[in-house]
Design a binder for this molecule. Structure first.
Ligand code: HPA
Length: 269
């Protein structure tokens, strides 16, 4: 496993046109930030040795190197989801490669269902913490020596970055929420009782990604910043039917606000 990570990192190092210390991984319908990158090089996942290949509609599946907010940046356009059939090692493989390439800060986004009854569709939620309700921890198995066997998870999302996001949102007059993101394995959306249970557990939003990547990033000492765009609501008693198309549409409408915050954060890093 570790050898494959190093092999892929070495392959990319030979081709990388810049030296990014910041990476972004964007969720369903949230690719606009990647579109703002002045692209220098884009490599389809299928051309990268050992990389899994993305399968879901709305995900391009390429690794992009370029400039954003005056900085070198790399971005994953399309991520790997557990529900697609990938193992947790595959889902988080690109994060391990990013670490080997010198990434220090990771920006992640996702579309999520709101379980907090005060949330509205289109809300931007800055992720302050998460609950790993996926069936496996990505660190399961022999410890890869980027971090300890039992890594601390006291601050999975970096507090300084959260403060910076709040300040930028206030300056730009963008309303943001704070909340806890819970990750399920999917691909089913939640039953009414599952939404209620997750809300009682302390989740404000629920989705099918992000947590494995953040766990591995933290194991590598990469600081993380995450945003959920609330694309549907799972408030018990007021449930609406939810489809992938609804999720994409709501994400698309909200993404200019998310993009504005993240782009300015990258500028100020
Ligand atoms: N549940 C799980 N994943 C999701 C949801 C949801 O309601 N909305 C977008 N992704």
């Amino acid at each position: 496993m570790y050898e494959k990570i190093l092999e892929t990192a070495a392959w990319l190092k030979e081709r990388m046109p810049n030296k990014p210390e910041t990476a972004i991984v964007l969720g369903t319908g949230l690719g606009q930030l990647a579109d703002k990158i002045e692209k220098i090089l884009a490599i389809p996942y299928r051309e990268i040795p050992n990389f899994p290949v993305s399968t879901v509609e709305g995900h391009h599946g390429q690794l992009v190197f370029g400039r954003l907010g005056g900085r070198d940046i790399m971005a994953m356009e399309g991520r790997f989801h557990y529900y697609e059939g990938y193992t947790m090692k595959e889902v988080t493989f690109p994060i391990r490669v990013m670490y080997e390439l010198g990434i220090k800060t990771l920006f992640v986004s996702n579309a999520a269902g709101g379980t907090n009854p005060s949330f509205r569709i289109g809300d931007i939620m800055i992720i302050t913490d998460h609950i790993n309700f996926m069936p496996e921890n990505p660190l399961h198995g022999p410890n890869i020596p980027t971090g300890p066997r039992f890594p601390d998870m006291g601050e999975p999302y970096n507090n300084e970055l959260i403060e910076m996001a709040d300040a930028i949102a206030a300056e730009k007059g963008i309303k943001v929420r704070h909340g806890v993101y819970l990750a399920t394995q999917g691909p089913t959306f939640e039953t009414p009782s599952e939404y209620r249970m997750f809300a009682r557990w302390g989740a404000d939003a629920v989705g099918m990604s992000t947590v494995p990547e953040v766990i591995v990033a933290r194991h590598c000492g990469i600081r993380c910043f995450g945003v959920s765009v609330i694309t549907d609501l799972g408030t018990y008693g007021k449930l609406m039917k939810v489809t992938h198309e609804d999720v994409q549409k709501a994400a698309n409408e909200a993404q200019p606000r998310m993009t504005a915050i993240m782009e300015e954060m990258i500028r100020r890093l």
